[in-house]
Each structure stands twice: as structure tokens, then as C-alpha cells.
Design a protein around this ligand. Structure first.
Ligand SMILES: [Zn+2]
Length: 325
């Protein structure tokens, strides 16, 4: 049977039909909101390349987290840009460091909000790389994962509901799981940035997180945008090491990866709609070139349709409010 007996338009001829046969439904429950924490008090420093996003001192981050929770967003992802940076990433290891204080403060102000902690060294190292650097400039993978595990433990102790290693070192999920389990945090999930690409779309974030590397680039640990099989290998390795959720980052240019990962694993898949994806939409909308609200919903729906169970996005509170309205 074919046309004219078959007419695909029958089930999209009215709003009620379109509502009923819709395959992908965005919900605030799927959204996670990133927060950038900086030192000081009463600080709300706008990130110029990300209109609507600011670097926040701990007290302001608490306010922002509360507002996100009220909008219906279930989780925030905390990034910190501490003042003190050194080769050992001491600030990330400090139980009274910026990230730990932010996690504790947000958790105590919003006990029902899930507080995820980004675990990496780049925000706290003077060279801005995600791992320790050897004298010849190479990354010391195996020393880095020991430090990352201690950072994750520090954040779990501070009250984080999940730790999210974003460094892309080999073996870090296993190292973190061991340390968390040994120290009484066997119930703290690991959200692994499993397929994190060396992407040009991180540009605006680096302004916000003050984490641009001082020399070289991150291509020896983040993935080549050309590779898909390697992403599946990375993801499967992380699941084997004990990742509870796996992430693909960025989201929009990697929808095929999200789909392949969704089909390959049985754990929840998270996609990160990164700063550049956010800024592109904001910039075009500011010029009146696209309808911001429609574009945001379309990108998030596309990411979910591709297979993401959860989406980290700077649009989270705004979208959650819109979905509930
Ligand atoms: Zn990093």
C-alpha cells in the first residue's frame, strides 16, 4: 500500500495529534545546570561570551542553585576556579578549598537538589592542564589519576551527590571508585566524561572556568572529533571500570556518538550541550537571526532523540520554567 491510501500527514494535521504521537518529550527532570564558582563574596561576574551566565562567588552560587531548584531542575554541576593555582592542584585537594565550600554550601541550602562535582585538575593547576605535567611537558597519566581520586574523595566528603571526572586520563574511573569505596563513599555515583572531544566549542567555557592551558593543547587526552569507534571504546572501558553514568561532550555536533553510546551501554547516557553551543544560539538570537526559545527546544529535543537520558545545559532553568508553564 502507498499513496494515496497512506498519508503520513494524517497524524500531524492538528496540535492534538502532534501532541499524542510525539516520540520525544523533554522534561525538567532531564536537565542539569552548570555553575562556575569563583572566590569572593557577592560576586556575579558576567561571562561576556555567554550572555546570561556569570561567574559566582559561593553565596551567589547558592542563590543561583536555589533558583534552579525552584525552576524544577534536579541537579547542578559545580565547577570552581580557585585563586591559588599550583602544579599539585592543591586548591582542589583542600577540604576548605573553593569547590568543597561551594558544594557544602549549595547542599546545605538545597538539600533536595542533586549536587554534582566536576572533578579535574585544570582549574587548580598553574599550567591549566587536566593532569600533572612531567618536566618534558608530557602528561603523567598514572600520577594524575591518583590525584584525581583524592579530589573526588574531597568533593564526596564535602557532600557531592555525584563526582564527574572530566580529565580523560586512562584508568581514572577505577582509581576514583577504589578510593571512594575504601573511604566509605561506595554509594557516590561516578558520572564519567567518557567521550570528551577536543572541541572548538569549549572556547567560552574557558573564559568562565579560567581553565585554558598555558601551553600546548588537550589533544593528547581529549578525543579526536573524527573518531566514533574510539568513543565507544572509551565508554565501554569506563563502564567496565565502574562508571554509573557516561557522558558525551559536546552534544550537538556529536549526535551520532550519543546514539551509538545509547545503543552500546545499559547505564544512563548524559550529553553536555557546551558553552559554544549555548553562545551560538545566544549570539544569533541577539541579532534577531533565530528564535531563541524554539532553537533551544529543538537542540535539546534533538539531543534527547539521539539517545541522551540527561542533558547538561546552560539553558536548564529557563527551559525548566518554560516546560512547567
Ligand atoms: Zn580539565
Amino acid at each position: 500500500m502507498s499513496f494515496p491510501t497512506i498519508r503520513a500527514r494524517r497524524t500531524r494535521q492538528s496540535d492534538v495529534w502532534r501532541r499524542m504521537v510525539r516520540e520525544t518529550r523533554l522534561s525538567p527532570d532531564a536537565l542539569i545546570y552548570p555553575l562556575f564558582v569563583v572566590p569572593g563574596e557577592g560576586v556575579r561576574h558576567p561571562v561576556s561570551s555567554m550572555p546570561g551566565i556569570a561567574q559566582l562567588s559561593v553565596d551567589e552560587a547558592v542563590k543561583e542553585a536555589k533558583a534552579a531548584a525552584e525552576s524544577g531542575v534536579p541537579a547542578v554541576l559545580v565547577f570552581a576556579a580557585p585563586e591559588h593555582k599550583d602544579a599539585r592542584a592543591s586548591a582542589a585537594l583542600d577540604p576548605h578549598g573553593l569547590a568543597a565550600r561551594a558544594i557544602t554550601a549549595i547542599k546545605s541550602a538545597c538539600p533536595r537538589l542533586s549536587v554534582w562535582a566536576d572533578v579535574c585538575l585544570c582549574g587548580a593547576t598553574d599550567h591549566g592542564h587536566c593532569g600533572h605535567v612531567l618536566p618534558d611537558g608530557a602528561i603523567d597519566n598514572d600520577a594524575s589519576i591518583q590525584t584525581l581520586a583524592q579530589v573526588a574523595l574531597n568533593y564526596a566528603r564535602a557532600g557531592a551527590d555525584a563526582v564527574a571526572p572530566s580529565d580523560m586520563m586512562d584508568g581514572r574511573v577505577q582509581a576514583i571508585r577504589r578510593v571512594l569505596d575504601r573511604d566509605g563513599y561506595s554509594m557516590t555515583p561516578i558520572v564519567s566524561y567518557a567521550a570528551k572531544y577536543a572541541s572548538s566549542f569549549y572556547g567560552p567555557f574557558r573564559e568562565a572556568a579560567e581553565s585554558a592551558p598555558a601551553f600546548g593543547d588537550r589533544r593528547s587526552y581529549q578525543m579526536d572529533p573524527a573518531n566514533a569507534r574510539e568513543a565507544l571504546r572509551e565508554v565501554l572501558l569506563d563502564v567496565e571500570e565502574g562508571a554509573d553514568l557516561v557522558m558525551v561532550k559536546p552534544a550537538g555536533p556529536y549526535l551520532d556518538i550519543i546514539r551509538q553510546v545509547r545503543d552500546a551501554v545499559r547505564v544512563p547516557v548524559v550529553a553536555y550541550q557546551v558553552s559554544g553551543e549555548y553562545s551560538l544560539i545566544k549570539a544569533a538570537a541577539e541579532r534577531g537571526w533565530i528564535d531563541e526559545r524554539a532553537a533551544v527546544l529543538e537542540t535539546l529535543t534533538g539531543i534527547q532523540r539521539a539517545g541522551a537520558d540527561l542533558i547538561i545545559t546552560y539553558f536548564a532553568p529557563e527551559v525548566a520554567r518554560g516546560l512547567r508553564a
